[in-house]
Design a binder for this molecule. Structure first.
Ligand code: NIG
Ligand code: FE
Length: 410
């Protein structure tokens, strides 16, 4: 199967030898071709170049993209999209003045989601998550990381991991599973310590040998898990080859960033609150800082200082944090707009943060995130646009004309 896209106004992010990620001033770089073609064969990018250099291709399908532009499809390195039901009542409670923390303190929040998920049959959980993933692919998402963390007991966490495995098998996009039992302390445990011991002694060995998880995560935050507890969980998970991708600094900064980096975190996510010590720790590390502006928008909390991180020479990725409590949307097109409008990223920086750097943040930089021969043929064809800035500028409007996954039109 082969598809040829012709007359592309701008073909963005073309690389013969792509970097594994971009940082600092290089995040503004966005190599492109004007008046280009893209040839895809057997699910991969097979060739690209200027229309003037287009030799005859024997393509099964030809798409004339006159006036439209093409870019690599989005990667979403941080979601919680397997969940049982919405938390719309908490949304209304927040409108009426309660904070995210107030709601959690009343037994709502993550524990509310856990209660609903534990009783939900696995098939129904799979069907609802499948529908969410389908809709995300239609709006340009081509790789998704999905966390557990609404089970909070071994059976329910394994149920979530099996659902994610079924999603991996069902969809032809890349899906990664992250084990997040340390998301909140379930009601049946009287102390955080006793739950941490249970995670380390009873859950991680089973999850590790199941092969169902790719990464380990901990919600390192006041009132949830402290730095020492996160560190012990990361050490136990490392014995099973699970690399950390962690929730740190959503509301407070108290050493989680440096500790996650010490344990080789692939990504450090949230970072709404950052100190100079955190920035020092991030410099010279291989960990990808990930900002989640949809969560800041929805909860009304500070946005991650992405501008500062990039100005300090650091890399940055963007993700949706799709979950029922703090970001009930997985729309990365809106995240693109928020990053430009609220975090003052340039459109070029934001695009890099949603593609090449986002792919890195989920271990997919070899196969995703740039237009490069041999990478997955996952691309977005835009509506007719004059320049890249048109995409984030028209916030909330559908600027996508088509999505191709493995070279096939969705
Ligand atoms: O990334 N902060 C922790 N976890 C999620 C929210 C989960 C929830 O509220 O259900 C987040 O924002
Ligand atoms: Fe999250």
């Amino acid at each position: 199967m082969s598809t040829l896209i012709t007359n592309i106004k701008f073909l963005y992010q073309v690389y013969d030898e792509p970097p594994k990620r971009l940082a600092g001033t290089s995040m503004s770089e966005l190599p492109y071709l004007q008046d280009a073609f893209l040839f895809m064969k057997d699910g991969l990018i097979a060739d690209f170049g200027l229309m003037s250099d287009l030799n005859k291709f024997d393509a099964d399908h030809i798409i004339n993209a006159q006036g439209k532009s093409v870019l690599p499809a989005w990667c979403d390195s941080h979601t919680h999209l397997v969940f049982a039901q919405s938390r719309v009542q908490e949304f209304v409670d927040r409108i009426n003045g309660l904070s995210y923390q107030d709601i959690a303190a009343k037994g709502g929040g993550i524990l509310n989601s856990a209660q609903a998920l534990r009783t939900m049959p696995e098939d129904l959980l799979f069907e609802s998550a499948k529908n969410r993933v389908k809709k995300l692919i239609e709006i340009g998402t081509s790789a998704i990381e999905i966390k557990t963390g609404y089970g909070l007991d071994l059976d329910s966490e394994m149920k979530m991991l099996r659902v994610i495995k079924r999603l991996k098998d069902y969809f032809s996009i890349a899906i990664k599973a992250t084990f997040l039992a340390a998301h909140a302390v379930p009601k049946e445990f009287l102390t955080t310590e006793s739950y941490v011991s249970h995670i380390i002694d009873d859950m991680i060995p089973v999850v590790g040998s199941s092969g169902l998880a790719d990464f380990i995560d901990v919600f390192c935050e006041k009132g949830y898990f402290n730095v020492n507890q996160m560190e012990r969980i990361l050490i136990a998970a490392a014995c099973h080859g699970l690399q950390p991708k962690v929730h740190v600094n959503q509301f407070n900064s108290f050493g989680g960033v440096a500790t996650a980096i010490k344990h080789n975190a692939l990504s450090i996510d949230h970072l709404e609150i950052i100190t100079e010590d955190d920035i020092t720790a991030m410099k010279n590390s291989e960990s990808m800082p990930v900002a989640l502006p949809g969560c800041s928008f929805f909860l009304g909390i500070p946005y991650t200082s992405g501008r500062k991180l990039i100005d300090e020479g650091l890399p940055l990725a963007l993700a949706s944090d799709f979950n029922p409590g703090s970001s009930p949307s997985g729309n990365l097109n809106f995240v693109f707009s928020l990053a430009c409008i609220k975090m003052r990223l340039s459109p070029e920086e934001a695009l890099n943060a949603l593609t090449i750097n986002a792919a890195y943040a989920m271990g997919l930089e070899q196969s995703h995130g740039t237009i490069t021969i041999g990478k997955k043929a996952h691309v977005i064809i835009t509506q007719p646009i004059e320049q890249l800035s048109d995409l984030p500028y028209h916030f909330g409007q559908n600027m996508i004309s088509n999505v191709l996954i493995n070279g096939n039109l969705i």
